[in-house]
Write a protein that binds this ligand. Structure first.
Ligand code: FAD
Length: 687
């Protein structure tokens, strides 16, 4: 009996920063080339899909945010799918594939994807393609690219299996695990091969021997890449229509920031906490929040700072677009009706009736590191063939390492890329299509309202990007560089006279990084560098609580702090030592990573006898830590750098549990996971 193969499948995404969404959209676009029809929805658009009745294959693309939480637009879905009342055959008709995005620098890698997968399986759904776990810590594309390549064959396999199962009801359920069907994992991608003959990039104008550059760089490649055929991604379909109207919109200031949760508050004080060379510049800012009595926070909370793009970079961007004389014109953005992009929408973060200047200053992240799809789109607007070829290389499969080396790892901005490729002149609408929303930057409160009513303190390091290929001169981080310029620490301040400017801030949703509510619970704080910020708030709060409850029994407190040099970047030294003197802090353990090295004439020593980092001090006090965590029901808090410190501390804690409890690695990991579950091992980390 002939069987008709359906071509329809469903894509559902949950996305916090747009990466999962853009992958999902890419699949929807590419589906057509494979003769398939994709129905794309965000997980929170429950009116657009119905998993209870869905018979077509479903592809989930979901990211994970924060401490393993689902993205905001997947919260409801995850809550629903976790309901205990659902029967084990609730989704037995469903066959799915899942791509989970995460970052191994953070706890609970790909937790949202894993949760969805666990529940789908528990509810009887069948997997038709192996699950991908992509790690932003090493580059999502390492997993995403091959996963996408194999997806098409898997979808087609699932569709034809469904068709034949319909014909032959005696056959088993749809969608065998890819483990049983290794063919379904084989890549089946239409190779978009570029022929080298199209390019004369390394051929002399006179047609002589190819000129091979001495060293590869952002703009130059060497063989074999320069001579390789390339697989480049499909061109992302344009979807926006943008026009500029000659209406002077100069009156626009920061209108869209004036909503009820965003407050403009004066910087009351700015203090540089570090001195000397070879240390990052750390600054403490005190904000006066007294005009907004509802802006109450607890130690452990964080808040967002809204910063604009740098005026000079906005001007440079206007120049590149050839639109300097139109910067006060009003921007109108609408959907291109003929677009092939599935689920295309005008970005919600572009308010109506704004000027071009405002758009580039407050709405778009013009420092964004261009993704490969963006580079691919730029090729179409690049005149010079050598530059075109190099952009093609950087977005190609063969050029993945060079993309990481020259674009991703140094954090090259789109403006830096455009400067390096002068013949590239993208239209404004392309930038709006590819640049994400300019995100506010979160900071942890470094004070307690009890000690500083009407004030909010925070501490930050001024981020420095060093010069590299494509960036002739180093630059500062966007927000920290902006704050640094605002307060201009070189100049004397007239304190209290509001000589310092105002900034826009908004408290972030309440979190679980809180002091134990029971005063008698002992706790350990691990916060090197600016990671000490929330613990200053904790200790200020504790100080007040001790004054207000002289009879109460207080749990023991430990702080592990670390910095480079005792006399240069030991943040809050006086305040911390004061807490020890007053008995608020029982144990202050500080490690200096560079002090002794200096005394040894800069000779690098690998000896770990001297506690150089916080984790070394933790090891030295393993017995007390184990006792607090495992015998006294205490808590351990970690705050600061996600990339190295948080991982090292985590590994050290596993090591401590292993040796103290005499258990194996797996058991120790389970014990730590249990503490995390009970919210007694809490992290507030950033990278
Ligand atoms: P950006 O211009 O956004 O650049 C920073 C980005 O570039 C980061 O992704 C980083 O990985 C990357 N990067 C940094 N240096 C380089 C380099 N040399 N080369 C390539 N890439 C690089 N920060 C604090 O200082 N104090 C806090 O209390 C604090 N609390 C936070 C709380 C939370 C909940 C979160 C999520 C973050 C917190 N941060 C804190 C981090 C803060 O939000 C900003 O990310 C940080 O200040 C940098 O912002 P920026 O705009 O100056 O840098």
């Amino acid at each position: 009996m002939p069987c008709e193969v359906n071509t329809r499948f469903v894509i559902l995404y949950g996305s916090q920063k747009g990466q999962a969404q853009s992958i999902a959209e890419g699949i929807a676009v590419e589906a057509e080339d494979h003769g398939l029809v994709a129905e794309l929805s965000c997980l929170n658009q429950s009116e657009k899909y119905n998993l209870e009745k869905e018979k077509a294959p479903v592809v989930f693309i979901v990211s994970t945010t924060g401490d393993g939480e689902p993205p905001d637009n997947a919260l409801q879905f995850v809550k629903g799918i976790k309901k205990k009342t659902l029967s084990t055959d609730h989704y037995k008709h469903l066959c799915y594939a899942l791509l989970a995005l995460g970052d191994t620098n953070y706890a609970n890698f790909c937790n949202c994807g894993k949760t969805i997968e666990r529940r789908l399986q528990a509810l009887g759904a069948k997997q038709f393609y192996v699950t991908g776990y992509a790690d932003d810590g090493v580059g999502l594309e390492v997993v995403v690219d091959p996963w996408l390549e194999g997806l098409w064959k898997a979808i087609k396999g699932a569709l034809s299996k469904m068709a034949s199962d319909k014909v032959d009801p005696l056959k088993g359920p749809v969608g065998d695990s890819p483990k049983q069907d290794p063919d379904s994992l084989l890549p089946d991608v239409e190779l978009n091969l570029l022929s080298l003959n199209d390019h004369q990039n390394y051929t002399h104008k006179d047609g002589g021997a190819p000129h091979v550059p001495l060293a590869a760089s952002l703009t130059c490649s060497l063989p074999p890449l320069s001579q390789s055929s390339l697989n480049v991604p499909a061109l992302p379909p344009p979807y926006l229509h943008v026009s500029l109207q000659d209406v002077d919109s100069r009156e626009q200031t920061v209108g869209h920031l004036n909503n009820e949760n965003v407050h403009e508050v004066p910087i009351e004080r700015a203090i540089q906490l570090t001195t000397g060379d070879l240390v990052k510049t750390s600054l403490l800012l005190e904000l006066d929040t007294s005009a907004y009595p509802t802006m109450t926070y607890l130690p452990g909370d964080s808040f967002d700072v809204f910063c604009p793009n740098r005026a000079t970079e906005v001007e440079d961007m206007l120049c590149r677009l050839g639109l300097q004389d139109k910067k006060h014109h009003q921007v109108h953005v609408s959907l291109n009706k003929d677009t092939k992009k599935k689920g295309a929408q005008v970005p919600s973060y572009i308010p109506p009736s704004i000027s071009l200047l405002y758009l580039l200053t407050w709405c778009l992240e013009i420092r964004t590191v261009p993704k490969k799809a963006f580079l691919r789109a730029l090729v179409e607007h690049t005149g010079d063939t050598v530059q075109r070829r190099r952009l093609q290389e950087l977005c190609s499969k063969q050029g993945a390492t060079e993309y990481n080396q020259y674009v991703r790892d140094p954090g090259l901005s789109i403006l830096e890329v455009l400067t390096a490729f002068p013949s590239c002149s993208p239209p404004l609408c392309l930038l709006i299509e590819h640049l994400p929303k300019l995100q506010p930057r979160p900071y942890s409160a470094a004070s307690s309202c009890l000690k500083h009513p009407g004030k909010l303190h925070f501490v930050f390091n001024v981020v420095e990007f060093s010069a590299c290929s494509g960036r002739p001169v180093g630059r500062r981080g966007l927000c920290t560089g902006w704050l640094f310029d605002l307060i201009n620490p070189g100049k004397p301040k007239c304190s209290g006279s509001h000589a310092l400017p105002k900034i826009h801030v908004s408290l972030r949703p309440k979190c679980s990084f809180r002091l134990p509510s029971d005063l008698s619970v002992p706790f350990v704080m691990v916060g090197p560098g600016t990671g000490v910020a929330p613990f200053i708030g904790f200790l200020q709060q504790r100080e007040k609580e001790r004054q207000d409850n002289p009879e109460a029994v207080f749990g023991e407190t430990w702080l592990f702090f670390g910095c480079r040099y005792r006399d240069r970047d030991y943040l809050f030294r006086e305040e911390l030592e004061g807490f020890v003197t007053s008995g608020v802090l029982d144990h202050l353990k500080v490690s200096f990573s560079r002090d002794e090295l200096e005394m040894e004439g800069n000779e690098v020593t690998t000896s770990v006898a001297r506690p150089r980092y916080v984790q070394h001090n933790l090891l030295l006090h393993r017995q007390q830590i184990t006792e607090i965590l495992l015998k006294k029901n205490g808590c351990l808090y970690v705050c600061g750098d996600a990339k190295n410190m948080a991982k090292d501390v985590n590994d050290t804690l596993i090591e401590i549990i292993k040796t103290q409890l005499q258990v194996d690695q797996l058991e120790a990991m389970k014990t730590l996971a249990g503490l995390r579950e009970e919210k007694r091992y809490l992290q507030d980390i950033w990278g």
